[in-house]
Design a protein around this ligand. Structure first.
Ligand code: GLP
Length: 241
């Protein structure tokens, strides 16, 4: 594991964007695995700035998002697809055919997960998977107890996750109780992984995940076994290291 500890969330975003940019510049058809949440916002902004400055060309980049809520179509403002359009897809020259997301409105979420896993495999898998970490150690929507062998599938969301993610939903709108997510195995198959975290509320879980026992109770702990894991933390999230 390569660990970078930087001063601030802004520095974390900048470092993450540079690592992503390095791949885009050196590998023409790079496949990026993309996360949502608060954590990557600044990284997307930094990537957009590099693109606007003429430094980054996304025209051959392919993207696969990690997860999506069941029941939320791509136009739903709470969907992860909409989040991605807001922060990245509408702001850089990604080609629509190279953008891959799970369709939250699919009539059969199970079949949609199978289709997605097969599509990712057909494109040769992920070069760089970027991840945040949930307060209970989840990665994507792989909640505690997720099987190490899991692939893209429908999952139930924990109360903790629904509660935490409710801040992003309009008042009175419930966070769906199910989601589709890449599995632990799907994520671990990425050739490189970049884990990001900032803020004191991520300090304990990040430390446990990267230094504690490798256990299904903390899904992110499996990242210790990945041969090419890079971690970028701000000083607060790295407090216990
Ligand atoms: C969500 C997402 C995860 C994300 C996590 C942390 O539930 N499914 O991919 O990493 O929560 O979110 P945040 O970055 O807002 O702390």
């Amino acid at each position: 594991m390569k660990l970078y500890t930087v001063d601030s969330p802004v520095a974390m975003s900048r470092k993450a964007a540079l690592l992503v940019a390095r791949l885009i510049v050196t590998k023409e058809n790079a496949v990026l695995g993309l996360p949502t949440g608060e954590t990557p916002n600044g990284m997307y902004e930094a990537l957009v700035q590099m693109h606007d400055a003429g430094l980054l060309d996304f025209s051959h980049v392919r993207t696969f998002n990690l997860d999506e809520y069941v029941g939320l179509g791509s136009n739903d403002p709470n969907s992860y697809h909409c989040y991605m359009s807001r922060y990245l897809f509408s702001k850089v020259n990604l080609s629509a055919v190279n953008i891959h997301t799970l369709n939250g409105a699919a009539t059969s979420p199970e079949q949609e997960c199978e289709r997605y896993e097969a599509q990712l495999r057909a494109q040769g898998g992920t070069d760089l998977q970027i991840l945040g970490i949930g307060s209970n150690g989840h990665i994507a929507f792989n909640e505690p107890g997720s099987n190490w062998g899991s692939i893209t599938r429908v999952v139930n969301l924990s109360g903790v996750t629904r509660q935490r993610n409710s801040v992003h939903f309009a008042k009175g709108t419930d966070v769906p109780s199910t989601a589709m997510t890449m599995g632990i195995k799907t994520i671990m198959n990425a050739r490189e992984i970049l884990l990001l975290a900032y803020g004191s509320d991520k300090a304990d879980i990040t430390y446990q995940a990267l230094n504690g026992p490798i256990t299904e109770r903390i899904p992110a702990s499996i990242l210790q076994l990945h041969p090419a894991l890079t971690v970028v933390l701000d000083a607060e999230a790295a407090r216990l290291f």
